[in-house]
Design a protein around this ligand. Structure first.
Ligand SMILES: NC(=O)C1=CN([C@@H]2O[C@H](COP(=O)(O)OP(=O)(O)OC[C@H]3O[C@@H](n4cnc5c(N)ncnc54)[C@H](O)[C@@H]3O)[C@@H](O)[C@H]2O)C=CC1
Ligand SMILES: CC(=O)C(=O)O
Ligand SMILES: [K+]
Ligand SMILES: [Mn+2]
Length: 356
């Protein structure tokens, strides 16, 4: 029996609604597999936890998490009660950083049964490799002269090591896909870090003669996501650019509520963390209508991570079948609830697997 110990952090808002659906789906996967078992330990770390304890997680939170095989997280943030930079840096970004989850992989593809928000949605299938440990998300800087003459300085940090690591990951991924890497740059406006980014990209691509490349400024690239997403295979982007591109990736699939993500630790020292692209969606929390597909597809990425690609693919097929049948939450034009979609995915998965 392959037993996987998973730290579960539902977090805030709809994280608390979609995570239980996804763990149920994972249990169905395990049941079908027969030799696989997920053991969950749930942690209530969130903005509610902050209100009670004055911190997003206990001081030894990372020590607790580091012994798990993976972390499965929903979303963090409740700006009504805790400032976003406090809640995210106190938990989500802290885990990404301290556990050296240096790569964030975020796929987007034309999804069967979904009406894309694009007028002319050609088939597309892309993956954004987002640098996840530095870049524009940096603690370097500060604020002085509080008041009328206040100055705020925020430094972006681009190391050779971090930049090259993300790019090599993208090229290796492209080898297993359609052999194309696009670099997201902005070297016309950002005069130090982005010319550096371009230089590293040109250097790395020299090692991958078989991979085709392109480089676009982020403004044009963002527009191409909308007008011609089918030209992309793998896109490598800095932390902020990758963040923005992947919300667009969700939007062109039909909803940010279906976009999955994986924060990958490459050196094996710490667990990886699986959490969808979307946030805690306070505007729809409590109504039972959050789309659980992003979280369930994220579970599929966790299955892939543990070498269960075959079942992972069946899960993704089951999600598409359910969507195609019209069992959908309101964000993608349906009338079903979060739980109804989850149950339909489990049933479909069981059907698919009993016939094969
Ligand atoms: N990784 C994380 O934990 C992230 C956390 N956040 C936090 O989440 C909170 C809300 O942030 P927003 O900027 O509003 O982004 P958001 O992603 O939570 O919501 C943006 C829009 O998408 C909708 N949406 C998101 N997920 C959905 C789903 N599964 N089903 C249906 N509709 C969905 C929301 O209703 C909202 O209209 C903030 O505290 C923010 O800091 C935001 C992004 C990522
Ligand atoms: C914080 C955020 O929006 C993200 O990591 O996607
Ligand atoms: K999330
Ligand atoms: Mn984001």
């Amino acid at each position: 029996m392959k037993k996987l110990e998973i730290a579960v952090i539902p977090g805030d808002g709809i994280g608390k609604e979609v995570v239980p659906v996804a763990t149920k789906v994972l249990d169905t996967v395990a049941e079908i597999h027969g030799g696989l078992k997920f053991e969950y330990n749930e942690f209530p770390w969130s903005c509610d936890y902050y209100l009670e304890h004055g911190k997003m997680m206990p001081d030894n939170g990372l020590d607790i998490l580091k012994n798990f095989d993976a972390i499965f997280l929903g979303a963090i943030g409740n700006p009504q009660v805790v400032a976003d930079h406090v809640s995210l840096w106190g938990l989500l970004i802290k885990i990404r950083r301290e556990f050296e989850q240096s790569i964030n992989i975020r796929p987007a593809k034309f999804f069967k049964g979904l009406k894309s928000s694009l007028v002319n949605p050609n088939d597309f299938d892309l993956i954004v490799v987002r640098e996840n440990s530095e870049g524009e998300y940096s603690e370097v800087g500060g604020r002085i002269h509080r008041g009328e003459d206040e100055v705020a300085i925020q430094n972006a940090v681009f190391t050779k090591k971090g930049t090259e690591r993300a790019m090599r990951y993208a090229f290796e991924l492209a080898k297993q896909r359609r052999g194309h890497v696009t670099s997201a740059t902005k070297s016309n406006g950002i005069v130090h870090s982005m010319p550096f980014w371009d230089e590293v990209f040109n250097e790395v691509k020299g090692d991958y003669a078989d991979i085709q490349t392109a480089s676009y400024h982020i403004d044009a690239l963002a527009a191409f996501f909308v007008t011609r997403p089918q030209i992309f295979d793998v896109i490598v982007a800095s932390n902020l650019f990758g963040d923005i591109l992947t919300d667009i990736g969700g939007a062109i699939m039909g909803s940010i509520g279906i976009a999955p993500a994986a924060n990958i630790n490459l050196n094996g020292k710490y667990p990886s963390m699986f959490e969808p692209v979307h946030g805690s969606a306070p505007d729809i929390y409590g109504k039972g209508i959050a789309n659980p597909i992003g979280q369930v597809w994220t579970a599929k990425m966790m299955l892939d991570h543990f070498g269960e690609q075959e079942l992972g693919q069946k899960l993704l097929d089951a999600i598409e079948d359910v969507t195609n049948e019209g069992i959908k939450t309101p964000d993608i034009g349906g009338t079903s609830s979060t739980n109804e979609v989850g149950e339909a995915i489990c049933s479909r998965l069981k059907e698919v697997c009993s016939v094969s």
